[in-house]
Design a protein around this ligand. Structure first.
Ligand SMILES: [Fe+2]
Ligand SMILES: [Fe+2]
Length: 232
């Protein structure tokens, strides 16, 4: 099979990252208070240990996929670490779990790999639009640097989750595909609207309205879903 390995690109990326020095955390950093509060929540969201996902990946019996998932979790933990450094540079503490994060973790625990990846993909797509807003409108050099680094990873994570979902949906009966697709989109819309409200002031500070955030993120979601259900 000439298919690219699941872990291949993650391995390359981790080597590349190890050669690329960290941002200069000592530089002056001034963040809008709304952006700070928003980043504190995202920092918690990025910091999970991924134990559930790794357990499920290992139960697929595909060691290469398991390696990829472990490297994926390590990238997310690196996001949490960089955000914690960024908050420290801006003089703000990290916070404990936020309710949206607890709901997210708790709901994922109840799911199989397929559902977990569907929920995770929504979070990754939300992250794409969110970090782009910060990178483009955050108005601080350190924030821009960190956001661009995270964005670079998230741009790879979305296709990674989608590529696996194609495999996971392979066994889904034909007549179930449309309803699953619709339910997934409804869930995504709900999550995106909640994030747009919860993080509205931070997005606003970056020049993105709630409405634009919802529209853009939903468009990203629709592209991702189309790649998963290609040929339907
Ligand atoms: Fe992330
Ligand atoms: Fe991600």
């Amino acid at each position: 099979m000439s298919e690219m390995l699941w872990s291949e690109e993650f391995t390359d990326r981790s080597v590349r990252r190890s050669r690329h020095p960290d941002p200069d955390w000592a530089q002056a950093c001034r963040l809008d208070p709304a952006v700070l509060r928003s980043l504190q929540k995202f920092q918690v969201g990025e910091s999970g240990d991924g134990a559930n996902l790794i357990a499920r990946a290992s139960s697929t019996g595909d060691p290469d996929y398991e390696v990829a998932v472990r490297l994926f979790v390590a990238e997310e933990q690196n996001h949490a670490r960089m955000l914690a450094e960024l908050l420290r540079a801006a003089g703000a503490p990290t916070i404990g779990a936020h309710w949206t994060d607890r709901v997210f973790i708790w709901s994922r625990r109840l799911m199989g790999l397929r559902l977990e990846l569907m929920v995770l993909a929504i979070a990754e797509i939300v992250a794409l639009r969110y970090y782009r807003a910060l990178a483009e409108g955050g108005n601080d050099a350190l924030l821009t640097d960190v956001s661009e680094r995270i964005l670079d990873d998230e741009q790879y994570h979305v296709p990674f989750q989608c590529r696996r979902l194609v495999v996971e949906f392979d066994s889904l009966p034909k007549r179930a595909r449309r309803p699953v697709r619709h339910a997934w989109r409804l869930l995504a819309l709900g999550v995106i609207v909640v994030v747009a409200f919860d993080h509205g002031p931070a997005l606003r500070a970056c020049g993105v309205t709630r409405r634009a955030f919802v529209t853009d993120t939903l468009a990203l979601f629709d592209d991702a879903v189309a790649s998963v259900f290609e040929g339907d």
